[in-house]
Design a protein around this ligand. Structure first.
Ligand SMILES: [Zn+2]
Ligand SMILES: [Zn+2]
Length: 670
């Protein structure tokens, strides 16, 4: 226990509800005797894991014979729920779920930062002013969705953004300020500013409503007569100016990301390119096959996840909504002291999609800081809460009874893998290895389902008033079953969300860190290879699959689940893949035992060297000057030339060029 920090211990004590330190130490020693180096283990475990040990013990103390003899998941969930409801920690589950992290909220500090922001703004040091206002926004305490200091910080930050002509961002901050309770007597100010932004963006009707709202809000303004008359005059002039302005649609700007899209979408899998198709065979399950030649750098798939989470350690930097790095205009989560959104709209969309049952503290409970750990339970929970219980119950026989491991490969005609019903059917049909669960793992999974079900019940998901009964309705038991199936499926079918942290430099190792995990219904259809022929790049939670080199017709299109031959030796890879994904990898790198990066063959004949010429140095200079399309084109030509020369992976030059190609995409998509 020597290595456990006081902070971790305090967190765990809170989770377990033990207040006495000696008692806590004793409990840890008894229940988890194998924990020697606690802080290392803590990294891999979530705070819930300890709670799980205690819940598990309660079930086991009653004997697990009955649990094991129950014929189906639904009855198992019912059994576990009935026992655990007697435990106050389970009954009052929401108490377990208050933020563990404290954040740094402090109204006084927020006010001080705002003052510094004001000083810098007066001196026209705009970037500094933005920085201080952001500090003020994030330091402002928020309770029951309201926070005056945060709102004032947002209001002031919107003035700077307006001055910088960043109208979209200014509108975000105004919406955020109003959301968090900007003082009513000052509403006229933000309405007026909003009107000016909308006018500048060519949205005249909206601008008119804003100026009119400002006039209306003057009734609440605390102003001397003289000043009031001045403001009213200003607003009248603003409204009059709109009458003269012609109504035009804002010009659509072609952004760089438009270039990176699926130009010819697949008829049945709209987020994939029609250069691939999804097939099934008994040996490898569902998998992707190239229908035509795919060139290096070609985008094969672009997908939004159905469910996603942000790692706790990335709470302060990654937007909970889009999972992109929050820039200079962070919006604080009204729910969790450490969590942020990149803007108010992201927060509003997130709230609309996940509803009132989502609780960021659940991420702290279930999530750990270890990249290899899974967030399956939470991803399953978030998949459920995006739909009302009615959706699952009414579609029970249609979508959630019969398991189809070939789903998507034999559907014909108008069938398309899109829309709620189809995507949830896809989630249900994931490879889930439920038959292979050990008794202990099965019990743990069912306990997690029972806990999440308790959240749903006490949060009012089933409509009725929250019940403390230990008897589940058939509807509730069915949702318990789905939580279990979804958890098991997602356990083997989730992807990390990565972010570039810091500057991406030409020819250097990419500064990529994992910030979350997600379930992508389409991407999971591609199988793993330790030598994948695609690259995966994130733009926040959106994932791009891009051909790493030429893929020939008939070749399998592969993804890598994290264990790559360049970085991990086969001796380590094989058992890790077996343990994590329950299969023996038969990719080319495994069959032929390809060497790691530092031992890769890198020889080229002088004639071949001449053919490749200066492409890579051209890539470097283009990249440095941020001409990413040109830089990317150099990499693509280089890879195509290697292919023409008959050079095949594994080869050092392939890897160097692929990394360069990858850097172009990462730089473009951040
Ligand atoms: Zn966002
Ligand atoms: Zn392999």
């Amino acid at each position: 226990m020597a290595n456990m920090t006081a902070e971790m211990k305090a967190q765990l004590m809170k989770v377990t509800g033990i207040t006495d330190v000696a008692e806590f130490d004793k409990m840890v020693k008894e229940h988890v005797p194998h924990i020697e180096n606690f802080d290392k283990t803590f990294e891999k475990h979530s705070p819930f894991d300890l709670q799980l040990v205690m819940f598990k013990e309660q079930i086991e103390s009653q004997g697990t014979k009955e649990f094991r003899s129950l014929p189906d998941v639904e009855q198992k969930v019912e059994h576990v729920y009935k026992i655990l409801i007697k435990d106050p920690d389970f009954r009052d589950i929401s108490k377990l779920c208050t933020p563990l992290l404290k954040g740094e909220k402090d109204a006084e500090k927020s006010k001080r930062s705002r003052d510094l922001g004001n000083k810098n703004f007066q001196k026209k040091v705009h970037e500094e002013a933005l920085r201080y206002y952001t500090e003020a926004v994030l330091l402002g305490p928020i309770a029951a969705g309201q926070g005056k200091e945060a709102a004032l910080g947002l209001g002031n930050r919107s003035v700077v953004l307006f001055t910088l002509k960043d109208y979209e961002a200014c509108l975000e901050d105004i919406a955020g300020a109003l959301e968090l309770g900007y003082p009513e007597d000052m509403h006229y100010k933000v309405y007026e500013r909003r009107g000016h932004c909308q006018k500048a963006l060519g949205r005249f009707e909206e601008a008119r409503s804003s100026f009119q709202a400002a006039v209306g809000a003057m009734a609440l303004a605390k102003l001397k007569e003289e000043k009031r008359a001045e403001v009213v005059k200003e607003l009248e002039a603003a409204l009059a100016s709109l009458k003269e302005a012609e109504v035009v649609n804002p010009v659509a700007v072609m952004t760089s990301t438009d270039r990176l899209r699926i130009w010819s979408p697949h008829k049945q899998f709209p987020c994939m390119s029609d250069a691939v198709s999804i097939k099934y065979n008994a040996d490898v399950g569902r998998h992707g096959i190239a229908e035509q030649k795919i060139n290096p750098g070609e985008v094969v798939l672009i997908e939004e996840p159905l469910s996603w989470t942000v790692n706790v350690k990335s709470f302060p930097t990654a937007c909970q909504g889009c999972v992109r790095t929050v820039g200079r205009t962070a919006f604080p989560s009204p729910q969790h002291p450490n969590a942020v959104y990149c803007c108010h709209s992201c927060f509003a969309k997130y709230r609309e999609r996940l509803g009132s049952l989502d609780n960021l503290s659940l991420l702290e409970m279930f999530g750990s800081n270890s990249p290899e750990s899974t967030n399956s339970a939470l991803l399953a929970f978030r998949a459920i809460i995006q739909q009302p219980s009615k959706f699952f119950v009414e579609n029970r026989s249609k979508l959630f009874e019969e398991y189809d491991k070939e789903y998507g490969t034999k559907e014909e005609g108008e069938w398309r893998f899109e829309g709620t019903e189809t995507l949830y059917r896809g989630l249900f049909n994931l490879v889930n290895h439920m038959e292979e669960l050990t008794p202990s793992k099965e019990l743990e999974t069912v306990i997690k389902s029972a806990v999440l079900l308790r959240f749903l019940i006490s949060g009012g998901y089933f409509g009725s008033s929250p019940s403390s009964s230990g008897i589940l309705t058939s509807e509730q038991a069915f949702l318990g079953r789905l939580l279990t199936i979804f958890q098991c499926g997602i356990n083997y079918n989730q992807h990390g969300i990565y972010q570039a942290e810091g500057v991406i430099e030409a020819g250097k190792k990419l500064p990529i860190v994992d910030v979350g995990s997600a379930f992508y219904p389409n991407m999971v259809l591609f199988n793993h290879a330790c030598c994948p022929n695609t690259l995966r790049i994130n733009r926040g939670r959106v994932s791009y699959m891009v051909a790493k080199h030429t893929i020939m017709p008939g070749e399998e299109v592969t993804d890598c689940y994290g264990l790559h031959h360049l970085s991990t030796l086969k001796e380590e890879r094989a058992p890790a893949i077996q343990k994590g994904f329950l299969f023996t990898c038969k990719c080319q790198a495994c069959e032929e035992n390809w060497p790691p990066l530092h031992q890769l063959e890198g020889k080229l004949s002088p004639a071949d060297m001449a053919k490749l010429g200066t492409l890579l140095s051209k890539y470097q200079s283009n990249f440095r000057e941020h001409r990413l399309a040109e830089a990317q084109s150099c990499c693509v030509q280089y890879l195509e030339k290697l292919q023409e020369m008959g050079i095949r992976p594994p080869h050092r030059n392939y890897e160097v060029a692929s990394m360069a190609l990858s850097s172009c995409f990462w730089a473009e998509l951040q």
